[in-house]
Design a binder for this molecule. Structure first.
Ligand code: FAD
Length: 403
C-alpha cells in the first residue's frame, strides 16, 4: 500500500513532492559539476574565531575533523582578499561592525571579516562522518533550536518533538508515503514554524550526509549506512519533509536571483571555455529553479507586527551563523558556515530584496562572492541529500526483497 514516492503539497510552499522528485537527479548532476568549477569550489572562511557564547566547546581531535586549506597564491587574483576588500566590502555606512565580523542591515548572517581567514577547496573537504559527537555537538544543536523563540515563552523544540518509536513496520519515509506534518502545531505562528523547518531540515540534511558517507569503525571503509539513516531521519517523517522544504526555499531564491546570477562575473577561472561552461551549468540550474522553486514568500511577515517579527527572525538567524564558531570540529564548522550562510543568503533574497534591488544593472554589487558560492553549494548539499535518500530507498527495497 505504500507509494513509491512521497506525494502531495510540501506544506508552506506551492510545490509538491512529485515535482521536486522529478528534477532531483538532473538538478543534482548539474549542481555537482557546478560546485567543482574553480569559482564555486574556493570558499574563504575564518575558522578560528572564538565562540561568542561559551568557552569550553570541546574540540574534536579525530583526523576526519581536520581540513586542508589552499595557499592564497592558487586563487585567481581577482577573488583574493585584497581585491575583494576593495570591490566587495559594502561602504562603511552600510555595514554594522562587531569584533571580527560585520553585517549589513539586510543580512541574515554575520559574514567573516574579509581580511581574516583561509581559502578552502570545498571539493577536497567533503561533508561526511567525522566522529564529532557528544555534549559539544548537542549543545550547538540545542542552542540553534533555542533561537526559535519569537516574543513567546521559551520552548525547547529539541525535547518538544515527539519522536516516533523504533519502526516495527517499514518507515514511510523510505517506502515513500510521507504523512501530514505531525510536528506542526497550528496555533504557532507561521514564521516560527518556518524557522523550525529550516533548522530541522538543515540538521536532517547534515545527518543524511553523515549516514550516506559513514565510516565503518572496524574496517575503516566508507559507505552508506542504512541503519543510521533509519534511526536518524527515516523514523521521523517530518525531518525528511523539511529537507524538501529547504530545497524549495533555496530553489525559489535561486530563481529570483536568476538574472543577477546570469550577469555575474565568473571570469578568473582560467580559459574562456571554462568560464562559458560554468555559466552554461548555472543556466541549467536557474532554469530548473524557475520551474520548480514555488515558494510564496509573501505569506510571511504580514500583519500588525510584521516588521518586528522580521527583525527578530533576522537577528535569530544571525545568531545561528555566530553559533557556528562554537562547533568543535573544523570540517563540521566549515560546512556549518557554508550552509548557514547559504540559507541566510536565500532568506535575504526572499525577504529583503525587491525586483529593483535584484536587478543586476541597478545593483551590480548586491552580493559578495562568498554569498553566491555559499548559496549554490548549499543548494547542492540539499539536492545531494535527496539523491542520497533515493539511494537509501533502493537499499531498503533490496533488503525487503532478500527477506
Ligand atoms: P544529533 O544529530 O546531535 O541531534 C541531537 C538531538 O536533536 C537528537 O537526539 C534529536 O532529539 C534531535 N534531532 C536530530 N535531528 C533532528 C532534526 N532533523 N530535527 C529536529 N530534531 C532533531 N558530524 C559529522 O560526522 N560530520 C559533519 O560534517 C558534521 N557537521 C556538523 C555541523 C554542525 C553545525 C553541528 C552542530 C554538528 C555537526 N556534526 C557533524 C555532528 C552531528 O550533527 C551530530 O551532532 C552527531 O553525529 C551526533 O548525533 P546524534 O545522533 O547524537 O544526534
Amino acid at each position: 500500500s505504500c507509494k513509491q514516492f512521497p506525494t502531495g503539497p510540501i506544506e508552506t510552499t506551492l510545490c509538491d513532492y512529485e515535482t521536486v522528485e522529478s528534477v532531483t537527479e538532473d538538478l543534482y548532476t548539474e549542481l555537482h559539476s557546478l560546485v567543482e568549477t574553480p569559482f564555486f569550489k574556493y570558499f574563504r572562511v575564518d575558522l578560528y574565531r572564538e565562540c561568542p557564547f561559551w568557552s569550553d566547546n570541546g574540540f574534536c581531535m579525530n583526523r576526519e575533523c581536520g581540513i586542508t586549506t589552499v595557499d592564497e597564491s592558487e586563487i585567481p587574483e581577482r577573488w583574493r582578499a585584497a581585491a575583494l576588500s576593495k570591490v566587495e566590502m559594502p561602504p562603511e555606512d552600510q555595514r554594522t561592525l562587531l569584533p571580527g565580523c560585520y553585517y549589513r542591515d539586510s543580512d541574515y548572517c554575520f559574514l567573516d571579516d574579509m581580511t581574516e581567514g583561509d581559502y578552502v577547496d570545498l571539493t577536497m573537504n567533503p561533508e561526511r562522518f567525522t566522529g564529532y559527537v557528544g555534549p559539544s555537538a548537542h549543545r550547538v544543536w540545542s542552542s540553534i533550536y533555542e533561537e526559535n523563540c519569537f516574543g513567546m515563552s521559551e520552548v525547547n523544540l529539541l525535547s518538544g518533538e515527539a519522536p516516533n518509536p523504533a519502526p516495527a513496520t517499514p518507515p514511510d519515509s523510505l517506502t515513500g508515503a510521507l504523512k501530514a506534518d505531525s510536528a506542526e502545531n497550528t496555533r504557532e505562528c507561521l514564521e516560527r514554524r518556518v524557522y523550525y523547518k529550516i533548522i530541522s531540515g538543515l540538521h536532517a540534511s547534515i545527518s543524511t550526509h553523515i549516514c550516506h558517507e559513514d565510516m565503518d569503525q572496524t574496517t575503516g571503509e566508507w559507505g552508506p549506512n542504512l541503519k543510521c539513516f533509519i534511526e536518524r531521519i527515516a523514523s521521523y517523517p517530518e525531518r525528511l519533509q523539511y529537507i524538501y522544504f529547504d530545497t524549495v526555499l533555496l530553489l525559489r531564491a535561486v530563481a529570483r536571483l536568476g538574472p543577477y546570477l546570469s550577469a555575474y562575473d565568473y571570469c578568473g577561472t582560467g580559459t574562456h571555455e571554462d568560464d562559458t561552461a560554468t555559466l552554461a551549468r548555472l543556466t541549467k540550474v536557474i532554469d530548473i529553479a524557475q520551474a520548480v522553486g514555488k515558494f510564496d514568500e509573501t505569506v510571511l511577515f504580514r500583519g500588525e507586527n510584521a516588521n518586528i517579527l522580521k527583525e527578530e527572525f533576522k537577528e535569530h538567524f544571525r545568531n545561528v551563523t555566530r553559533i557556528m564558531d562554537c562547533v568543535g570540529c573544523d570540517k563540521c564548522r566549515l560546512w556549518g558556515k557554508v550552509q548557514t550562510t547559504g540559507v541566510a543568503t536565500a532568506l535575504k533574497i526572499l525577504f529583503e530584496l525587491d525586483e529593483n534591488a535584484l536587478d543586476p544593472r541597478q545593483n551590480a554589487n548586491l552580493l559578495q562572492r562568498s554569498e553566491v558560492v555559499a548559496l549554490m553549494n548549499t543548494l547542492h548539499r540539499f539536492t545531494e541529500s535527496l539523491h542520497a535518500v533515493n539511494d537509501f530507498r533502493r537499499m531498503w527495497a533490496e533488503t525487503g526483497a532478500q527477506e
